[in-house]
Design a protein around this ligand. Structure first.
Ligand SMILES: Nc1ncnc2c1ncn2[C@@H]1O[C@H](COP(=O)(O)OP(=O)(O)OP(=O)(O)O)[C@@H](O)[C@H]1O
Ligand SMILES: [Mg+2]
Length: 275
């Protein structure tokens, strides 16, 4: 099946000559949840900027639904309707006076009616738990609230692909857990979700597919539940294994847990132990 988004043999240098990506090929299957891992500076945010056409590769191609991106204004507008990116730093994304205005901006630009815009804003605000702060100036929000406002702004565009750059960074644990529920709800609606994170445990509890970038290249790509591949590759990459996988292996060696499939979360591990 054609990936919904794909980079083929992409290289990208910043204007100062920094080589951010090289010989990078990676496809994102439609409807899947992908978590991208990688050290600071590995190229995750740069890849996201290429995926919605903010940056253009120096070499190789970026494809949406099998078609190479075109970089004229009209094509980029159409692309960004389908591929929404929530950036790492919320201050670069919020620019309107209030949250409500900020979230309305995209839907208004789509040419929707006032009622349709208002409907989308209400739904997006409620999805991220910001209904009560809708009319608060964006500068008078906490970091986590700004982060959620950015997510709402992208949700209101109802994109086919949702890309989030470190969405849980700065969120308290209950809020991060709620975000997970929200993302899984979107996944169930058929939306392709791609995120970058430094939280290995979160990545493995949530994702279908895992990718690891290292110095601008793809160092690992595979299914999150392929415990053997993960055990083979992660130590070589200097990455820790998810703790549930380590505990699972210990329990397996003691005959205390059955099956070859690792549990993916604390809840699943506990349920398997009680079964
Ligand atoms: N505007 C820029 N100008 C020059 N170099 C840049 C710029 N933005 C990023 N870089 C460099 O490009 C490389 C990739 O950076 P990128 O931000 O994509 O990494 P990242 O994986 O998102 O890291 P982090 O986990 O810290 O967010 C790094 O070497 C970084 O220093
Ligand atoms: Mg980044």
């Amino acid at each position: 099946m054609t990936p919904v988004l794909e980079v083929r043999d992409v290289a990208f240098n910043y204007p100062d000559g920094t080589r951010a990506l090289q010989a990078l090929s990676l496809g994102f299957a439609r409807g899947r949840r992908t978590a991208l891992l990688g050290r600071n500076g590995a190229g995750k945010s740069t890849l996201f900027a290429l995926l919605n056409g903010i940056e253009r590769p120096g070499q190789g191609a970026v494809l949406f639904a099998g078609e190479p991106l075109a970089y004229d204004r009209g094509s980029l507008r159409r692309l960004r309707r389908q591929v929404g990116v929530v950036f790492q730093d919320p201050d670069t994304q919020l620019f309107s006076a209030s949250i409500r205005e900020d979230i309305s901006f995209g839907p208004v630009n789509l040419g929707l009616t006032r009622d349709a815009v208002s409907q989308r804003v209400t739904t997006a605000l409620s999805a991220v738990g910001l209904t009560d702060l809708a009319d608060r100036p964006t500068h008078a929000l906490s970091y986590g609230e700004k982060k959620r406002a950015c997510i709402a702004g992208v949700l209101a565009m109802e994109p086919e692909v949702l890309i989030l750059d470190e969405p849980t960074a700065g969120l308290d644990p209950p809020m991060a857990a709620e975000l997970l529920v929200l993302l899984n709800g979107l996944h169930q609606q058929g939306i392709t979700v791609i995120l970058a994170t430094h939280d290995i445990d979160f990545a493995f509890s949530w994702a279908d597919d895992i990718g690891v970038l290292q110095k601008g290249t793809l160092a690992f790509s595979g299914a999150a539940d392929d415990i053997e591949a993960v055990e083979r590759c992660f130590p070589q990459l200097g990455l820790e294994l998810p703790w549930v996988y380590e505990v699972f292996r210990q329990l397996q060696s003691q005959g205390a847990i059955r099956g070859d499939q690792p549990p993916r979360s604390r809840a699943e591990l506990l349920a398997r132990l009680q079964a």
